[in-house]
Design a protein around this ligand. Structure first.
Ligand code: SAM
Length: 241
């Protein structure tokens, strides 16, 4: 596959910052009022990452993300990991992205989160060499490993052998980005999950809820972030009853 970069424009936000907007998908990469708070609420809190990192008794913790985008989720999770996980453990952060942002756009996005400057700086050095396929990056003195698959989800996920401890489901809205929320994706999620693997997503679409239940996740609805009414999170039980 040849690499095709994301077609985006920068839009001014009400809070004086700017947010990337996907022209092809007609959707935002994250909440324009406070993307970082949304990431913390939806993905970190509803996968209980802080508590799980703090209490970790295994050598690695694996997160699989659908849609790397600006890397905001990655930066926030990486910081949470470096603060709370045992120093001897390694975070394996696997993310799948069909249309990566250019290095300049990624750098521009990251400038709005100066608290992640150190992690971002190290990451961007590797991102400069991004290629199609699997990009393997070791960082934070080997406390963090990233597998960034520049590929379509339906090609990359079937090839992935790593079982997830937590999923971050972050495609564009399901109505605009059906492939990212397809039954095939959910089937692979079940293959790559174990008892107590969790997932979280900003979406509360009925098709997502039913699709995940059908492959063995228990699914709960919660209040959504910002203007979104609801969001979903849950646990893999293996039971499809
Ligand atoms: C909402 S954005 C992700 C935001 C991201 N997690 C962040 O922290 O900025 C959704 C992403 O899914 C990617 N995407 C859309 N369709 C895809 C597909 N079929 N396979 C892989 N990635 C896809 C888009 O290019 C986009 O970067």
């Amino acid at each position: 596959m040849t690499m095709q970069f994301a077609n985006i424009e920068w839009r001014a936000s009400e809070n004086g910052t700017e947010t990337p907007y996907s022209i092809d998908f007609n959707d935002v990469y994250f909440n324009s009022e406070n993307g970082l708070q949304e990431t913390e609420y939806v993905f970190i809190e509803h996968n209980q990452l802080k508590a799980r990192f703090t209490a970790l008794d295994q050598a690695t913790f694996t997160i699989i993300e659908t849609g790397f985008g600006t890397g905001l989720n990655f930066l926030a999770v990486a910081e949470c990991w470096l603060k709370h996980a045992p120093k001897t453990a390694a975070l394996r952060f696997i993310s799948i992205e069909k249309f990566p942002l250019t290095l300049d756009d990624l750098r521009r996005a990251h400038t709005q989160w100066p608290q992640f400057a150190e992690i971002s700086h190290e990451f961007l050095q590797s991102y400069a060499n991004l290629k199609a396929g699997n990009n393997q990056i070791n960082m934070a003195r080997r406390r963090i490993y990233i597998g960034l698959h520049v590929d379509t989800i339906l090609t990359a996920l079937p090839k992935n052998p790593q079982t997830a401890d937590a999923w971050l489901l972050d495609g564009f809205a399901p109505a605009k980005n059906a492939e990212m929320w397809s039954d095939e994706v959910f089937t692979h999620m079940a293959r790559l999950s174990k008892p107590n693997t969790t997932f979280a997503t900003f979406s509360s679409a009925g098709t997502v809820k039913r699709g995940l239940q059908a492959v063995g996740f228990s699914v709960n609805k919660h209040a959504g972030f910002g203007k979104k009414r609801e969001m979903l999170s849950g646990v893999f039980t293996g039971s499809t009853a």
